[in-house]
Design a protein around this ligand. Structure first.
Ligand SMILES: NC(=O)c1ccc[n+]([C@@H]2O[C@H](COP(=O)([O-])OP(=O)(O)OC[C@H]3O[C@@H](n4cnc5c(N)ncnc54)[C@H](OP(=O)(O)O)[C@@H]3O)[C@@H](O)[C@H]2O)c1
Length: 256
């Protein structure tokens, strides 16, 4: 299948580790220039070098998504302008989960932090690049959310902001689709990656597996292949949807 996204320019939030990193590598393999953002410079630099050593084009920007720092945002805009010209693809992969889960117990700062990182940062980012996307008559926005939103063990702050992204997605589609800009959501299930192994015991993972209708954990490529497809012209009529990539887990819910 022809993908034809080479020479596009993507910004991926929270991309030094986890699925953000995997998405950046996958896009770079398709000759998309990638801009990486997170707080840890050495990880970003290593990833940038890795992508460049493999023939890709990458830059990074060290930034805490929590701090609404206009100067840092302008720095980001200028860096992108100088290196890439602009951005065509935004992967909103921000991820912060605070404990405890219950609304009445969440620390006030944690509540605001969750909203700032998972939602408000995207608001700022969108406004940095939307005019260029409109002028270019092309853009792709992909939000990554979690199926924990729909389950009874949800974290109140996290699910609230991830849920808000669903309504934001609809608004973007309503107002910007006529400029060739598509916005979609990917709901992730349980990915088989280092993070899972770090946070859950073998026994717990076994219980997850028994619960997932497809009887396997998500592969990184389940997500990265979909991201690439959604960015391509083949998916130009897929707009405003939330694609569930959980092996059916959202249908049955999590019981363990
Ligand atoms: N992993 C899963 O199975 C799973 C399941 C469902 C949904 N998801 C969704 O997938 C997305 C990514 O999750 P993940 O599990 O891959 O994440 P992750 O492994 O926890 O990675 C987090 C990334 O976010 C960066 N980050 C954290 N706080 C930051 C901050 N304040 N400012 C800037 N960068 C920050 C980290 O880098 P620094 O620490 O260097 O800043 C790192 O690059 C999220 O949208 C999440 O909801 C994941």
């Amino acid at each position: 299948m022809e993908i034809n996204i080479e020479n596009k320019r993507a910004l991926i939030t929270c991309s030094s580790r986890g699925i953000g990193k995997d998405i950046a590598i996958a896009l770079a393999k398709e000759n998309v220039s990638v801009c990486l953002i997170s707080r840890t410079e050495n990880e970003l630099k290593d990833l940038c070098d890795y992508i460049k050593d493999n023939g890709g084009k990458a830059i990074y920007h060290v930034m805490d998504l929590f701090i609404n720092d206009k100067e840092k945002l302008n720095e980001l805009k200028n860096k992108i302008k100088n290196e890439f010209g602009s951005i065509d693809i935004i992967i909103n992969n921000a991820n912060i989960i605070v404990s405890p889960k219950k609304l009445s117990l969440i620390d006030e700062n944690d509540w605001y932090k969750t909203i700032d990182i998972n939602l408000n940062f995207f608001f700022n980012l969108f406004r940095l690049f939307i005019e260029d996307m409109k002028n270019n008559k092309w853009g792709r926005i992909i939000h990554l959310i979690s199926l924990t939103n729909y389950m009874n063990y949800s974290n109140a702050a996290y699910s609230t902001v991830k849920g808000a992204l669903e309504y934001l997605n609809r608004n973007i589609v309503y107002d910007y689709s006529k400029f060739g800009i598509n916005s979609n959501i990917i709901t992730q299930g349980i990915l088989d990656n280092e993070k899972l192994k770090k946070h859950f015991s073998k026994e717990n993972i076994e219980k997850f597996l028994n619960n997932i209708p497809s009887r396997r954990l998500g592969k990184v490529s389940d997500i990265t292949d979909l991201v690439i497809f959604l960015c391509s012209e083949k998916a130009s009529y897929i707009n405003g949807v939330n694609i569930d990539v959980s092996g059916g887990l959202s249908i049955v819910g999590m019981h363990y």
